[in-house]
Design a protein around this ligand. Structure first.
Ligand code: TRP
Length: 335
């Protein structure tokens, strides 16, 4: 039987961080052999709120691809490609836009939150509001069954499913309904400031390519339990980002030690400095090999671009096949 298909990806607006790893990268690496995996570098989506900065998007295509390769995405197993070089996705977006209402787009909770963050007010770029439709095109162009993403992307998958159902009902049932794959344990890693999620643009991220010194400095400055003032005070573990990170990155062999530390912290008598030093050690062990693989790949930018070029060629063939089925289902295959 043919392998099932995964499609997922990122906007190239900055390098990737630990939140991306926990939310999606880890699953992508795990599943790349069992599935036919496509990873989209969504430059056209990134432009929907960066129209004035195409050079920023261009530069970050390299950064994001280096992050993929550094965490262990194998370009022989997974197909990494650039969204804007697949014009079939843009054409699918045109047809899908007719199957979605404006009010439905305005209700998308992730888009709503992003609009608030960006302070668009009433000056919302149309492309930005519509990007969930283009994301549905990304996913359906590959007939993806599974989309490994962080929890914030759930509304996009829901909208995609609605578009697929509508298309299949109005025309012919040729599109595939995707399912989101969200990590069970920690769906969303908080920022080092404890303020909501870790975000590229929020200044609260530990990046996969950060130097050892940067990681140490960021861990030292992390938000903990604000009521844990003196060492002897009882501290809170739940909602304390230092412990959330430990839960996410602690290797199996350290789990017992971590459980004891949590008890100690909750009882009082365990200082934040010690817990942070412990976390720093664990993160350094985790990030060290990623950092050195990243440095290795970054010596050969032409080689990285070649991986993208080949991936894009492969991806385009699949998207073109789907588009031709779509046009046929709609009866607009004129000649
Ligand atoms: N919207 C995603 C993000 O902001 C990026 C993305 C674009 C994506 N197209 C996709 C994710 C298709 C999954 C599937 O991170």
């Amino acid at each position: 039987m043919d392998k099932q298909v995964i499609l997922t990806g990122d906007r190239p607006t900055g390098p990737l961080h630990l939140g991306h790893y926990v939310g999606s990268l880890e699953n992508r690496v795990k599943l790349q052999h069992a599935y036919n995996e496509y990873i989209i570098v969504a430059d056209a989506q990134a432009l929907t709120d960066n129209a004035e900065n195409p050079e920023k998007i261009r530069a970050n295509i390299m950064e994001v691809t280096l992050d993929y390769l550094a965490v262990g995405i194998d370009p022989l197993s997974a197909t990494i490609f650039i969204q804007s070089l697949i014009p079939e996705i843009a054409e699918l977006t045109m047809y899908y836009m007719n199957l979605v209402t404006l009010s439905r787009l305005q209700r998308n909770p992730t888009v709503k939150q992003e609009m608030r963050q960006r302070g668009f007010g009433s000056n919302i770029p149309v492309g930005f509001l519509v990007y969930p439709v283009s994301q549905a095109a990304d996913i359906t162009a590959f007939k993806a069954n599974l989309v490994p993403v962080g929890a914030d992307q759930l509304p996009m998958i829901e909208q995609t499913v609605e578009i697929v159902r509508r298309f299949n009902a109005v025309y012919k049932p040729i599109l595939v309904e995707p399912e989101a794959m969200i990590p069970e344990t920690i769906a969303r890693l908080p920022g080092i400031d404890g303020q909501g999620k870790m975000g590229k643009s929020l200044g609260n991220a530990i990046f996969l390519g950060d130097s050892a010194d940067d990681v140490q400095r960021k861990v030292k400055g992390m938000y903990t339990d604000p009521n844990h003032v003196r060492v002897q005070d009882p501290g809170k573990v739940d909602g304390n980002p230092v412990f959330t990170y430990l839960d996410a990155f602690c290797p199996e062999s350290e789990k017992e030690k971590l459980a004891l530390m949590k008890e100690h912290y909750q009882m009082g008598g365990l200082g934040d400095t010690i817990v942070k030093e412990y976390l720093n050690g664990i993160l350094q062990d985790f990030l060290g090999p990623i950092r050195s693989r990243r440095a290795e790949f970054s010596k050969d930018p032409a080689g990285v671009m070649n991986i993208l070029h080949q991936g894009t060629d492969r991806a385009r063939e699949i998207a073109a096949q789907t588009l031709s089925e779509v046009r046929k289902a709609m009866g607009i295959n004129y000649f």
